[in-house]
Design a protein around this ligand. Structure first.
Ligand SMILES: [Zn+2]
Length: 91
């Protein structure tokens, strides 16, 4: 017939369940963060993996005009186009 004792016991039971609950919440938070970090790393890796295609802009060795990729001759002067031609240094 000790209502306070029962109340205290119930309260004690709650507090004993408090620690595992907190640990479970912490575990869930860590798991959540781990998943988010994993997704971020995956996204970064996925974004990095497809290396951006090098803009192989071709310039005419004769007149310096930018040449459309695939063209064999310069549209400006008609000179034959060489692959990987560096842009002319113009100051
Ligand atoms: Zn040209």
């Amino acid at each position: 017939m000790n209502f306070f004792g029962i109340f205290t016991q119930d309260s004690g039971g709650d507090s004993s369940m408090l620690l595992p609950t907190i640990l479970l919440i912490i575990f869930c938070v860590i798991l959540f963060l781990a998943v988010i970090i994993g997704v971020i790393l995956l996204l970064v890796y996925a974004l990095k993996k497809p290396a951006p295609p090098k803009k192989e802009a071709t310039y005419c060795a004769n007149c310096g005009t930018k040449i459309i990729k695939g063209a064999s001759f310069c549209a400006q002067c008609g000179a034959p186009v060489q692959e990987n031609q560096e842009p002319p240094i113009t100051k």
